[in-house]
Unconditional design. Structure first.
Length: 120
């Protein structure tokens, strides 16, 4: 399936925003892959705990603080997504500049709000 979303910083904890985002993305029948610290599953989405060579990633939605994002810079750029969504608390000027330099759209927004207002 093309136009996949990668949820980076995914959690099996139902109280975490990344978990809620996975559920809302799936509610909208969107294709989702997820990467977190621990393996697990949210609905039908397997959470990987190691970087994967995901294909056809349209959007990466970040749930990692800027300090933890650094190790993913090259990985995300290498996935060649159309856009990276910086959810509240994940804003990172250094990474944003790198993304723009690599022709990847930067969106400072809340994935949950985008989904609830049909702007995703």
């Amino acid at each position: 399936m093309k136009n996949k979303t990668l949820v980076l910083g995914a959690s099996t904890n139902p109280n975490r925003y990344s978990n809620i985002a996975i559920k809302r993305l799936r509610d909208k029948k969107l294709s989702v892959v997820a990467l977190g610290l621990k393996k697990g599953k949210v609905l039908d989405v397997i959470l990987d705990d190691e970087k994967q060579d995901y294909e056809n990633i349209d959007s990466v939605t970040l749930y990692l603080n800027p300090k933890r994002q650094k190790e993913y810079y090259n990985y995300i750029i290498g996935l060649k997504p159309r856009r990276v969504i910086f959810n509240p608390g994940t804003e990172n000027a250094e990474f944003e500049k790198l993304l723009v330099k690599n022709n990847i759209e930067v969106e400072i927004a809340c994935t949950l709000v985008l989904l609830s207002t049909n702007q995703y």
